[in-house]
Write a protein that binds this ligand. Structure first.
Ligand SMILES: [Zn+2]
Ligand SMILES: [Zn+2]
Length: 484
């Protein structure tokens, strides 16, 4: 088994250095004005502030716990402070919280600002005629109904749909840029649809900028049963959020493109997957080796219902990337690697470099944009250097050279951890320097390779961790991201 050297992650070293520097900053040889900005825990900005004129030469500050001095609010940053017995203290900024999602009254549940618009259900236009099956086919049924909401006068980026109490069976919703007409098959565009399933009480989805209609099905045994509430609002993305990346291994330990979970095991297996996913606490969940089917007759979107804005890329051999975000992502798109325009066979099988691609989406935080990139890079363990994998890495560095805030996450297939060094050299923070083995290699049953990683630029990354599971041949990696 290949052992990776275990190092303290880079950002942990930055943290450690920051605290030590603070401790030294008030030695008599230094001026009290000596202030140093460092990277703080929880993504907060630390600012060492001198407050005492005299200390003994041997004194090293011992700061207590951080305590709030000005509380952060939905709209304004706060501060917190920790104090040494000598009276010296450090202060750091606490990023603004952003409004919560609205309650049923459309108000932020923290500051009670009116941020949501409850769409009057009696104005929902009812259409009859079509229903979508689990296999994404449509058929006409006189027993089912749909409803459409014209979005043209609704300047919101998010919609939350609440199931009617006691409603059973199926419910769907999706957003479309095309008109919906009575009795006709509604327009559905792959990669664009936001599907609602009926197993959760609510679902929240981001509205693409070009969406024209929200189309809702909610019917049970021929009885029209619309949602109980449809709330539109603009999501105020907080400056601190959690991202996770997981190669979900096609729901079959990475072995096949389609699921080996049987329909009979659906409920049990679904509960396992959801329990693990929920344990990650992610606001944005990126998946590699996503498959459209969870079981032969249950589409994977049932599993991920309610996780928010969805982008599912196309299935290419082993590669299929998806993003689920609790916040609206703008301009979601899939990208081919320009360095792999010719087909490079990676294994003795027909897996080609062109199978691999990446997906981007933009997160608007105030006036800033953070680009989220989920990627799956090519793999050729026998080649060192793996010129396909490293060329793709170099292409990503070039692609985002002028992008200020970037979060790159996914399965990098970096069989050798030093492949990541190029990102550190390009000014990125690399969470997994080889210390976290995240994939069971083909040779042993244990975790062998540090292939799953989160690499960022222009944001602060804290609390990186790998979360064990036996549901895939990969474990998920998680980190907290803060836009200072
Ligand atoms: Zn002190
Ligand atoms: Zn608020």
């Amino acid at each position: 088994m290949k052992r990776m050297k275990r190092l303290i992650p880079c950002f942990a070293l930055v943290l450690l250095f920051g605290v030590l520097f603070s401790a030294c900053s008030l030695l008599p040889s230094e001026t009290p004005e000596n202030a140093k900005q460092t990277t703080g825990n929880g993504g907060k900005t630390e600012m060492t502030t001198a407050s005492t004129a005299s200390t003994t030469a041997a004194h090293v500050h011992e700061f207590g716990e951080w305590a709030e001095t000005d509380a952060a609010t939905c709209t304004a940053a706060g501060t917190e402070r920790r104090v040494c017995a000598c009276g010296a203290f450090e202060e750091r900024k606490v990023v603004r919280l952003g409004h919560t999602a609205p309650g049923e009254d459309g108000k932020c549940t923290r500051c009670l600002a009116q941020i949501g618009y409850s769409f009057p259900m009696d104005q929902v236009t009812k259409l009859d005629g079509t229903i979508r099956t689990k296999q994404n086919d449509y058929y006409v049924s006189t027993n089912y109904y749909g409803a459409a909401i014209d979005l043209s006068d609704l300047p919101y980026d998010t919609v939350r749909i609440t199931k009617r109490a006691g409603a059973e069976d199926m419910g769907y919703a999706f957003l479309t840029a095309l008109p919906v007409t009575n009795g006709q098959k509604p327009a559905y565009t792959a990669g664009y649809t936001k599907v609602i399933w009926d197993t959760n009480e609510t679902a929240t989805v981001g509205i693409p900028t070009d969406a024209k209609y929200l189309y809702v099905y909610y019917a049970s045994k021929g009885v029209l049963s619309l949602p109980s509430a449809i709330m539109f609002y603009n999501t105020d993305v907080p400056a601190t959020f959690t991202v996770a990346s997981w190669n979900i291994g096609h729901f079959s330990m990475g072995g096949k493109k389609t699921s080996t979970i049987t329909d009979d095991a659906y409920a049990t297996e679904k509960a396992k997957y959801l329990s693990y996913i929920n344990s990650l606490g992610a606001d944005i969940l990126c998946l590699n080796e996503y498959s459209e089917l969870f079981t032969p007759s249950h589409p994977a979107y049932e599993l991920f219902f309610g996780l928010g804005t969805t982008f599912e890329g196309e299935q290419r051999n082993y590669s299929c990337n998806a993003i689920y975000s609790k916040f609206p992502l703008k301009n979601e798109a899939a990208h081919n690697f320009a360095c792999n325009t010719s087909d490079v066979v990676l294994h003795t099988t027909a897996i080609q470099a062109t199978d691999y691609y990446y997906v981007t989406g933009e997160l608007k935080i105030g006036d800033e944009t953070v680009t989220i990139v989920t990627l799956h890079l090519a793999f050729h363990e026998k080649l060192k250097p793996d010129t396909v994998c490293t060329n793709q890495m170099d292409e990503l560095i070039a692609k985002f050279a002028d992008t200020e805030h970037v979060v790159l996450l996914g399965d990098w297939n970096a069989y050798y951890a030093e492949y990541y060094d190029r990102f550190a050299e390009a000014g990125y923070t690399v969470a997994n320097d080889g210390s976290y083995l995240t994939c069971t290699g083909s040779k042993t049953s244990g975790l062998e390779w540090p292939v799953d990683n989160i690499i960022v630029k222009g944001v602060t990354m804290t609390d990186f961790r790998a979360v064990n599971t036996d549901l895939s041949d990969h474990v998920a990696v998680v980190a907290t991201i803060t836009l200072e």
